[in-house]
Write a protein that binds this ligand. Structure first.
Ligand code: HEM
Length: 458
């Protein structure tokens, strides 16, 4: 169902403190509540200030999509912070203009649906290996275990089986780097000049050095043994084989940047989505029962494969609904270029335009009973269809997430593999989200593992 785009009529939002602070503190204290109030009290387009910059917050899906779609020519990405750049270098995720176009065209083919097919078995294997290690009645930290699974998936799909003993060290290095990015966003790190070396920045640089050494070693090994069939199917080999329109490959440094970006962008986002899905299923016995019935009917006790994916309809709806309620990426900013317009109205150059998956995904206009976990709202014959563009956990337009298919297949197959074998029971208490770099549960989710026998095969 498509909505028609209303004209954009920005309303002045809360004044906050005097410039340059504006609404910095109110936003920092409770970003999700603050943005929800902007939507509810001021409407679909609200001007406000965050720090010294003029901001515009959008809540209508059609304005949001117009902004996301304009990011090739009308809006730029917002560069914030120092830490993330150290990890990704000059990869697709932070580049602009012609440089971005070239990189995107080189990386995109490596994660096309046909390529993702080849990784499905690894996804199922990694989930199965994690579940094999759990014992009946044991308590596990859901976030930690989901991160372990997605970390293994991304490392194996990127580097094949070449990492061997380095897997643990590399995983730990990425964890340290991820923590440093989160710490920068929460503290005063954002305002520090690049040359200042805090303990967190030093730890980040050490972690990046560990990753660089290993990734460059793997790149060198591939370059010195081209065509090795053992490794030709992994993402690193595909990046090395990629050629642009002028038949130029990515340089080794560029391959490093893209590989580490796919790793950084792909693993914690997906493990966060899985963590929330486990939480929601544990609280919704009817949805869990329907999931188990689907798995028993479609899989009859064998592990899932990519050919089952399309038939795991309810499993996919659970993933969609979990991404709606708890979108791991909850805020997307962009900067207006000169001449930018939205809904026919001019947006002054330099304005930071924000949209939030959190507020749009919980807007009662598009999602009746928005705070309830109801995977059935995604049924093909649901009485009220979800409007186009009201659900955008992967962003949209030319910069839409490169790994959306990878992530959705991974989340569904991991969930299917785990739910087929066991239930992860969490205490009934409500868990509040914490809006850091990603939208994470604010407390550790400690689940009790309960084995389940699949229904007998008829
Ligand atoms: C549930 C998991 C994931 C979520 C929620 C997610 C979300 C997002 C979002 C919101 C964006 C920004 C899109 C925009 O600005 O319109 C993005 C960009 C990106 N994502 Fe994902 N992502 C996920 C998994 C992955 C995976 C598995 C990979 C890689 C295999 C990946 C690679 C990327 C890359 C490279 C970009 C930058 C694209 C560009 O700037 O051209 N993501 N992601």
């Amino acid at each position: 169902m498509s909505l028609s785009a209303p004209p954009l009529r920005p309303v002045r939002g809360p004044r906050g403190l005097t410039r340059p602070l504006g609404n910095l503190f109110a936003f920092g204290k409770d970003p999700l509540g603050f943005l929800t109030r902007l939507r509810d009290e001021f409407g679909d387009a609200v001007t406000w200030s965050l720090g010294p910059r003029r901001s515009l917050f959008l809540s209508h899906p059609e304005h949001i999509m117009e902004m996301l779609a304009g990011r090739e020519h009308t809006f730029d990405i917002l560069e914030i912070g120092w830490a993330f750049k150290q990890i990704t270098g000059r990869s697709v995720i932070l580049s602009k203009g012609e440089d971005w176009r070239r990189k995107r065209s080189l990386v995109q083919p490596t994660v096309r649906p046909r390529q993702v097919r080849a990784y499905a078995a690894t996804m199922v294997d990694c989930a199965g290996a994690a579940a094999d290690a759990w014992r009946e009645g044991e308590r596990i930290d859901v976030r930690e275990q989901m991160a372990l699974i997605t970390q293994r998936v991304v490392l194996r799909t990127l580097f094949g089986n070449d990492l061997g003993e380095q897997t643990g060290a590399l995983g730990a290095a990425m964890d340290v780097a991820g923590q440093a990015v989160g710490a920068e966003l929460r503290g005063i790190g954002l305002f520090l000049p690049a040359w200042v070396r805090t303990p967190s920045r030093r730890a980040l640089l050490r972690a990046v050095a560990t990753m660089d050494t290993e990734v460059h070693r793997l790149i060198e090994a591939r370059l010195s043994a081209p065509g090795d069939t053992e490794t030709s199917d992994d993402l690193l080999s595909r990046l090395l084989a990629a050629r642009d329109e002028e038949d130029r490959p990515l340089s080794p440094k560029e391959v490093r940047d893209e590989a580490v970006t796919l790793w950084a962008a792909g693993h914690e986002t997906t493990s966060t989505a899985l963590t929330w899905a486990v939480h929601l299923l544990s609280r919704t016995p009817t949805a869990r029962a329907r999931l188990e019935a689907e798995l028993d009917a479609v899989l009859a006790g064998r592990p899932p494969t990519i050919d089952d994916y399309e038939r795991l309809v309810w499993t996919q709806q659970i993933v969609k609904e979990a991404l709606r309620l708890y979108p791991p990426v909850w805020l997307v900013p962009a900067v207006a270029r000169p001449g930018a317009t939205l809904g026919g109205t001019r947006v002054p150059a330099g304005t930071i335009v924000w949209c939030s998956q959190w507020t749009t995904h919980r807007d009662p206009r598009w999602f009746p009973r928005p705070d309830e976990f109801r995977p059935e709202r995604w049924d093909a014959d649901a009485p009220q269809a979800v409007p186009d563009h009201a659900w955008f956990p992967f962003g949209g337009g030319p910069r839409t997430c490169l790994g959306a298919r990878f992530a959705q297949v991974e989340a569904a197959l991991v969930l299917a593999t785990l739910a087929q074998r066991c239930r992860l029971d969490l205490p009934a208490a409500e868990v509040a989200p914490r809006a850091a770099l990603l939208l994470q549960p604010s407390v550790p989710l400690m689940a009790t593992v309960r084995g389940r026998a699949p229904a007998p095969v008829h």
